[in-house]
Structures are given as C-alpha cells and as structure tokens.
Design a binder for this molecule. Structure first.
Ligand code: ADA
Length: 572
C-alpha cells in the first residue's frame, strides 16, 4: 500500500504490489524480431519475475544495469473508471494499458497517477517502460554522490472510482491561542459528461461538518473549502505525536459513493527571529541527513527497514531528519508522523545544473508534486530545495528565489530553505526563511570549527545586505568519513577514530551554539554512489555514515549518542 494506513474504506482499492515480469530493452529487441508462437516462446524464456516495489539492481546479473526495462502484469477492472497511483518509478516511467500510452512521469521520488475513465470490464495488461539512464533528458538524476536505481521502486495501487471522486484533500491546521481550526480544501473530480451532485461531509473524531450539496460540472473538477473551527484536540509534537483521522464522504442521497481519509497532526511551525517555533515554543533540531539506500533493497526500502533506521535515530537521541536529497516514500513520512520526528523534505536536486530548460521543467514538477502530495504530513516542518546549487551569481540566486517562492505559494504554512555551500558568497539568502549551511571544516579542510562558524555567523547577521540577518540558521550538513572496521592508532582520515574526533568537535560547537537552531549530521548510513564517483570515495561508497550500509554502528555511534542525549536534556 502507498501509506501505513487505509486511505479509503468505501472506494475500491487494490494493491498491485507483488510479482511482475521484467524484460530488458535489449531482450525485447530480440523478442520482437519474431512473431506468434516463436515470439511467445522466446519471451517466456527471457522474462524474469521481479517484485514490485523493488530495484532491479537487486536481481542477480543486474547489479549495475543502467538502461530501459519493461515491467508487466495484468489486472482486473469491474468496468468502473480506474485510477492507477504509482508511489515512485526510478527514474522515468511510460505507462501503457492494453498497448495504449496512458501516462508519463520523470523523477523517482514523487508519486503520480494515471486516470483510465473508460476501461471495459475484464482483464487488462499493464506495461511500464522504466528508464534509469543519464543524459540530456535527465537534469535531476545524474552521476552523483548517491545511486540512481532502476525499477518500480515504491508501491502501486489500482483504484476503481465512482463518477465523482475526491481527487485531492488538503488539511492545514491553524492555531489560535489554545484552540485549533482545520482549513480543508477538497478537490472533487467528475468523470461523467453530465454535471453531477454530491453531498460533502467531513468527519474528524467527534466533529462533523456538512458542506451540503455540491454540483460538479461534467468532466471537471471543483474545490470545496471548509473550516473546522474551535477544535478541542491535542497538539502534535515529537514528544506527543497525536494524529487524527480526517475522512471526507461523498453521498448521493443517503448512499456513500466515495471517500478519502488522511491523518492530521495539529501543529504550527513558525520562524521567530533566529528561532524555530513549534506551537509557540522554541525548538532545536537534532538529527541526520538520510538517503533512501540499502545494499539489499537499493532505494526501495521496505517499511520494516525504514523502522530500523528510525529506531536507531531515536536511540541516538535524534528528533530531526533531512530527506537528502529528494522527496521520500509516503510510508516513511507516515512513520515520522507516528513516531514523532521533525522532517525537512526537499526537492530532488543535489548540485545540479540549474541553467537548462530541462532542469527548469523537472525541478518545477519535483517541487510541485512534493508539496501537493505531502503537505498534510505534520512531521514535515519545512520545505527545502536546490542542495549546493550555484547561487553566487544573479541568475542562480534568482532561480533559488523562483523555486522557494513556488514552494511557498503551494503551501504558505511552512518556512522554506536550501542547503548552501557558499557561505559568504551566497546571493540567495534573502529568498529563504531559514539559512542552512553545509560545512566540512575538519574533513575537506583542516580548519578549526568554532572560529569558522563564528566568523560566517558574524558576517551573516552584520547587515541586511547579506539577506540572512536575524534569520534562523541550521547546520544542514557536516561530518567526516570513517570506514567500518578501519581502526588505527594513527587516527588518520578514513579511520573510525578520526571520524569520532571530528564528530566530537563538530557537535560540541553546533549543538550548543546560540545562533544555530538545528543540526543534521552528514550522514545516517553509508550509501552507494554512481561509478563515476570512485575517484574520491573508497569502496565507491559515501563513507560518512554513523552506521555502515548494513546499519552496523561505527565507533562514532556512541559519540553522537552521548552528545545528542545531552542536548536533548538541555533543549526542547
Ligand atoms: C555535499 C552534498 C552531500 C554529500 C557531501 C559529501 O555536502 O550535499 O550530498 O555529497 O557533500 O559527502 O561530501
């Protein structure tokens, strides 16, 4: 399933997870040279089963396959309109039903849907062409310090719809003193040619609001806005992550024809001077950058393994996760909502070229889909974008402003930021609500941590001209490499001992600095890289994890745990 809870108790939903068939483009090229029985015999021979969701790199012989594969299965439709929802396909999908092209999507990390309003009753073929190649067609998935896998890497759902269905539900909490309200925007889609009426009812716990009869024109959508006010509910915090199921019901006369369930956490996140305020109280963020990467699953990490990561981070005393460098699986965000973590979710953009037209379209889609699909998660307290992208010139800074404004326009309830590597030379701070820095003073340089950060903080707050004066600051990346098991008395770089010494110095300064409201260690676990990065990365891995790729704690685990728990006692 796409979520950790049922989004529908009335709408017919079927999971399409499980065994599909896979052929590579090369194999298909051979197969289609033949016809009839010969073609079927060859296809039967080359077809291999693959689980969905999964990365094809987990199939023996495909560990580093970069190309195009066709994934196939069948499904049954009862003659109603069908909606296919893909949690994520890495990295480009073309969807065909019974040979007809019904959808296209770029970017592994955001969900997408295909509407099939006129399918006959019966069995249908679902074919997905998946492409994980690099090139001018792909501005966000590039050779990088993390791996781009291939496959249908997040869950797939088949939904059978009534003529009118809830196509989107936005639920944004608003705090007023001790009570809360909930601003609802309910998008209804009418698949029929004729205008249709539905009664709209919203339930949240014991609260019920009846929006009455709504008419939706034929083949159109309509947004119904309603507020639930004076709600006596318990707030969402990481200490008490209270969640409330909110259900929208669509009725025709007295029959419930469709529904949509989401979960709401009543929390308010604001910036106040140099502080982050949650429900009116200042908070400090303590946590990690986490890639969706695992040697046994690639980026298609199952929920059980997600839980292992979150429980390790809780054990370490963390309350914060940055989804470096892309929108995460909705089930992971659900777990963060349930367990109580603050999340910085960001667009898919690690040090990409932000000057091309392909980039501009792809980043706009990534930002729009991220906010549209994920805005109800209470754990997400800020939107990020454009990690370490060029902003030392006017055009780069302007592009940062464009994406930051786009995210704010889609959701004005959260602050926005980006992780910068250009400290004094960055020209885009004025566009961000929060200033965030990636710094590796004691890894890529051998500079002293405290004098360096004091120097750039003094500069930042010295004048409004910096664009960051008086704004909160997050240390969005810092850390050092340590190869699991490489323990030496010389404590040189890459030894676990060096990593401990570096982390000790960094956390001592960043966790307690009055002008720093949050820290995200780079990084939670060691991750695989694309092969072009071999020159600077032993094992062709990014080895800065606190745990290795198999989640085996390195020596630095205890250093982090000591510092984080001490900070947790001192600050909220
Ligand atoms: C950058 C980048 C990270 C990672 C890190 C490193 O800050 O944002 O993705 O590559 O450097 O390990 O050097």
């Amino acid at each position: 399933m796409l979520r950790t809870f049922n989004e529908h108790s009335v709408r017919t939903v079927q999971s399409l997870d499980g065994l599909w068939e896979l052929v590579t483009a090369e194999q298909w090229a051979q197969v289609k040279k033949h016809k009839g029985a010969k073609r079927s015999a060859i296809l039967k021979k080359v077809n291999r089963p693959i689980n969905v969701p999964s990365a094809w790199e987990t199939l023996p012989g495909m560990e580093d396959y970069r190309g195009i594969c066709w994934l196939r299965r069948t499904f049954y439709s009862d003659g109603r309109a069908v909606r296919l929802v893909f949690g994520g396909v890495s990295h480009t999908a073309d969807v065909y039903v019974d040979g007809k092209h019904v959808g296209h999507h770029y970017d592994a990390f955001t969900p997408f849907e295909c509407a099939l309003p006129n399918l006959d009753e019966g069995e249908h073929e679902l074919l997905v062409k998946v492409d994980n190649t690099f090139g001018p067609h792909s501005a966000l998935h590039i050779e990088n310090d993390y791996y781009t896998y291939g496959g249908i890497t997040r869950p797939v759902e088949l939904q059978m719809l009534d003529d009118v269905y809830v196509s989107r539900l936005d639920a944004i909490p608003v705090r007023s003193g001790k009570t809360w309200s909930l601003e609802l925007a309910i998008e209804l889609t009418n698949l029929a040619k004729a205008a249709l009426k539905r009664r709209v009812v919203v339930q949240l716990g014991d609260y019920l609001v009846d929006a009455g009869q709504v008419t939706i024109k034929g083949k159109a959508t309509r947004v119904v806005k309603k507020s639930l006010t004076n709600l006596d509910v318990d707030a969402w915090t990481v200490e008490q992550p209270n969640l409330y199921l909110t259900e929208v019901l669509l009725l025709d006369e007295d029959e419930v024809m469709d529904d949509k369930v989401d979960r709401v956490g009543f929390r308010e996140i604001k910036v106040q001077g140099k502080k982050l305020m949650l429900n009116g109280e200042s908070i400090r963020l303590r946590g990690y950058n986490r890639h969706e990467d695992h040697p046994q699953f690639g980026c298609a990490i199952p929920v059980e393994a997600m839980m292992t990561d979150l429980q390790l981070m809780q054990d370490l005393g963390c309350n914060f996760i940055r989804t470096s460098h892309y929108p995460n699986d909705m089930r992971f965000l659900d777990l963060c909502d349930e367990l109580g973590f603050y999340v910085w979710e960001e667009t898919h953009s690690r040090t990409v070229d932000i000057t091309t037209e392909v980039y501009k379209q792809q980043i706009t889609d990534s930002a729009t889909e991220m906010v549209t699909w994920h805005k109800n998660h209470p754990s997400i307290i800020m939107w990020g974008c454009l990690n370490e992208c060029e902003n030392r010139n006017a055009s780069g800074a302007a592009e940062h402003g464009r994406v930051l404004r786009l995210m704010k326009k889609l959701d004005g309830s959260r602050p926005v930021t980006y992780a910068s590597m250009y400290d004094l030379h960055d020209k885009a701070y004025k566009h961000a609500d929060i200033v965030s820095w990636n710094r590796y003073d004691n890894w890529y340089g051998s500079r002293e941590v405290k004098p360096c950060i004091d120097h750039i903080l003094k500069w930042l707050h010295s004048s409004p001209k910096t664009g960051g004066k008086g704004k909160p600051v997050i240390m969005s990346e810092f850390g050092a490499g340590g190869i699991y098991g490489w323990r030496k008395s010389h404590r040189d770089r890459w030894t676990e001992e060096y990593q401990c010494d570096a982390m000790n110095d960094l956390l001592e300064v960043y966790l307690h600095h009055p002008d720093i409201c949050g820290v995200a260690i780079w990084q939670f676990c060691d991750v695989r890289l694309t092969k072009e990065w071999w020159k600077t990365r032993p094992r062709n891995m990014n080895n800065k994890g606190t745990v290795d790729e198999y989640r085996r704690p390195k020596m630095v685990y205890e250093v982090v745990k000591k510092h984080m728990h001490a900070a947790a006692k001192k600050y909220r």
